[in-house]
Design a protein around this ligand. Structure first.
Ligand SMILES: *Cc1c(COP(=O)(O)O)cnc(C)c1O
Length: 392
């Protein structure tokens, strides 16, 4: 188990991003945490070692990343995994056959898939509800409910969950509230401060931010949950290699700077899009006409770089995603480079069409991940792509 250094929880966010969890290397003074590319550690005698026995259990590069992200989320403990879904897998293994969990209906497709196609087969039960309304969450509670799992804002519809309200509901009934904070990151939203006990991340996205590794994290404040997670991390073994931990740690050092730019560009682009007559609808929590804008202002410190737009027809959506030159057509999000995607045929293709339509995820919807390029260039790129889409 990796516990944060106490003093790291006391500094301000940017200082924590750069330094938390890391100390200059004792043997050389190297300022960057070395990549400990090793599977095992030599012991001085039977049972006498430096706390490291085998690299599935512990690795110093991984320790540094775990402490760093835990400090950013205001958590006591961090656990790194080989992917965001491996992190979710570990969280779901806190439950046992017969247990019930309530999950947001608009969560990441892979989260829906691991729940319904892996864990339901093993005896867990899930109810998927619209978590925008806390009363809907409450109505789904059963005697065997043990966990509430939410994402906010959701992908790609930008629905928000009131974390303080759902947190209070979970606390009253001793349920675990798990928040996938991949979209907002701890720069824009701190779920633990609002009542969550567990935070999950796909470090693949904003935390690493450079589109060059796949990874996941679980953070928690609870010592008992941390004991179980540490056990699962070692017993199941879905751990990341030291090189990927090092890359993610390189990424988190600039998280606050990158998020400030993603947020500033996201606001500008969303505003620009919302004034165009050729866009039917813009989904962005920072726009005053977003139905949950007030909640976004209350529980987030910014709105980020993810924007969805309704173009009205699949042909126009296709023309737009195929015409952008800076926005690259690709799955994923949260990197320094801007990406564009068509959720209905890409990230959300596995969601049945009627369910997609019911939540507004139409074939005319396009999702943007604003990177850190010059926002004027990004707007010019969207402008020329929309000009082509308008000829369809
Ligand atoms: C990408 C993503 C995941 C899954 O993470 P991987 O690293 O791809 O396994 C989970 N949740 C959200 C919100 C994501 O965007």
């Amino acid at each position: 188990m990796t516990r944060v250094f106490r003093e790291d929880l006391e500094s301000s966010f940017g200082t924590r991003a750069v330094h938390a969890g890391q100390r200059p290397d004792e043997t050389t003074g190297a300022i960057m945490s070395p990549i400990y590319q090793t599977s095992t550690y030599v012991q001085e005698g039977l049972g006498r070692h430096k706390g490291f026995e085998y690299a599935r259990t512990r690795n110093p590069t991984r320790d540094a990343l775990e402490r760093n992200v835990a400090a950013l989320e205001g958590a006591e403990h961090g656990f790194a995994f080989a992917s965001g879904l491996a992190a979710t897998d570990a969280v779901l293994k806190l439950l046992s056959a017969g247990d019930h969990a309530i999950c947001g209906e608009n969560v990441y497709g892979g989260t829906h898939r691991i729940m319904t196609q892996v864990f339901e087969r093993l005896g867990l039960r899930f109810t998927f509800v619209d978590t925008r309304d806390v009363a809907t969450v409450e109505a789904a509670l059963t005697a065997s409910t043990r966990m509430i799992f939410v994402e906010t804002p959701t992908n790609p519809m930008m629905h928000l969950t009131d974390l303080a309200a759902v947190g209070a509901l979970a606390t009253d009934r001793s349920l675990l509230l798990v928040v996938d904070n991949t979209f907002a990151t701890p720069v824009l939203q701190l779920p633990i401060e609002l009542g969550a006990e567990i935070v999950v991340h796909s470090t693949t996205k904003y935390l690493n931010g450079h589109s060059d590794m796949v990874g996941g994290m679980v953070l928690t404040t609870r010592d008992d949950v941390a004991d179980q997670l540490g056990f699962l991390q070692n017993a199941v073994g879905a751990v990341p290699g030291p090189m990927d931990c090092w890359l993610a740690l390189r990424g988190t050092k600039t998280l606050h700077l990158r998020m400030a730019r993603h947020d500033a560009s996201g606001r500008r682009i969303a505003q620009w899009l919302s004034q165009r007559s050729d866009i039917q609808r813009v989904y962005y929590p920072g726009l005053p006409d977003h139905p949950q804008h007030e909640l976004a202002c209350r529980q987030m410190r910014g709105f980020g770089g993810m924007i969805s737009v309704e173009l009205g027809s699949p042909a126009r959506a296709r023309a737009m995603v195929e015409q952008t030159r800076i926005f690259a057509l690709a799955e994923s999000l949260g990197g320094v480079e801007s990406l564009i995607g068509h959720p209905a045929s890409m990230t959300h293709a596995s969601v049945p069409q009627p369910m997609r339509e019911a939540m507004g995820l139409t074939d005319g919807l396009v999702r943007l991940s604003a990177g850190v390029e010059d926002p004027d260039d990004l707007i010019a790129d969207l402008d020329q792509a929309l000009a082509v889409a308008n000829r369809v």
